[in-house]
Design a protein around this ligand. Structure first.
Ligand SMILES: [Zn+2]
Ligand SMILES: [Zn+2]
Ligand SMILES: [Zn+2]
Length: 254
């Protein structure tokens, strides 16, 4: 199974529009970050986790010609703003796109994409097949088995996703004991850590490192990175062994 980091940036991406800072001005390609998302592929099945505003660009870059389903962590726009572009897959696969998320997230998406629902739809609108996810309830798409695990993003419930020995956790600043139990035994972890400084709704780097150590992950990549984190080349030396900043286009096999 192959994991591809489609985007590793925080909600504004890097560079941030009109920001004159060193990180945003960096010419290092590792400092260019689209909004956070990953692709998971087996020979027969392809799923994406989140479809933010850069979804179209990410699908084009990775030449994704087949997409079976999209799993959504939570409704924030940096994770859902690109859903209109499932239209290409609707035409190609001749069916609605399966979108898996919590009931609350799907309710929010029904409002955000109201034009795609209801009686007299405009021709050519995206077609969605919304499906509820429940905490801890495993489900399978093609040959990929996914366990949604609830984490907290300030007061909001967000789903982390575990697939075999890999977990993707973003937009979280708290994980309950019960959810930590469900994450135990993973080898590979991608976890959101926008910056070194304390954040009200995200783990900072130090907290994300502690979660990784607690889970005993063999390899950890940090994602949802803000320009406040610093340049990739400057952050690399301060990270513990087996932990690195993710970058757009990163691929690994689990
Ligand atoms: Zn986010
Ligand atoms: Zn900046
Ligand atoms: Zn968020």
């Amino acid at each position: 199974m192959q994991i591809t980091v489609l985007g590793s940036g925080t909600s504004q991406g890097i560079p941030v529009i009109a920001c004159p800072c060193d990180v945003c001005a960096s010419t290092d390609l590792l400092d260019k970050r689209l909004r956070a998302s990953v692709l998971i592929q087996t020979k027969n099945t392809t799923i994406a986790i989140d479809a933010g505003p850069d979804f179209r660009q990410q699908m084009l870059r990775e030449k994704v010609n087949q997409l079976d389903a999209i799993f959504i962590t939570h409704e924030h726009k940096d994770h859902t703003g690109g859903l209109d572009d499932v239209r290409s897959y609707n035409y190609l696969l001749k069916r609605p796109m399966e979108v898996y998320a919590s009931h609350t997230t799907l309710e929010a998406l029904r409002k955000a994409y109201a034009y795609a629902f209801g009686e007299n739809k405009y021709p050519g609108v995206p077609k969605f097949d919304f499906r509820d996810l429940e905490n801890g309830k495993t489900l399978t798409v093609g040959d990929i088995t996914v366990v949604p695990i609830e984490v907290k993003h300030l007061s909001m419930s967000v789903f982390a996703f575990r697939i075999n020995n890999f977990a993707y956790i973003t937009d979280a600043n708290f994980i309950s004991e019960n959810s930590m139990e469900q994450l135990k035994g993973i080898d590979y972890l991608i976890i959101g850590a926008p910056r070194k400084q304390k954040h009200i709704s995200h783990f900072n780097l130090e907290e994300a490192i502690a979660i990784s150590k607690c889970l005993g992950a063999k390899k950890t990549w940090f994602t949802h990175i803000s320009h406040l984190m610093g340049k990739t080349a400057d952050v690399a030396p301060i990270l513990p062994d087996s932990m690195v900043l993710a970058y757009d286009g990163l691929k690994f096999t689990i």
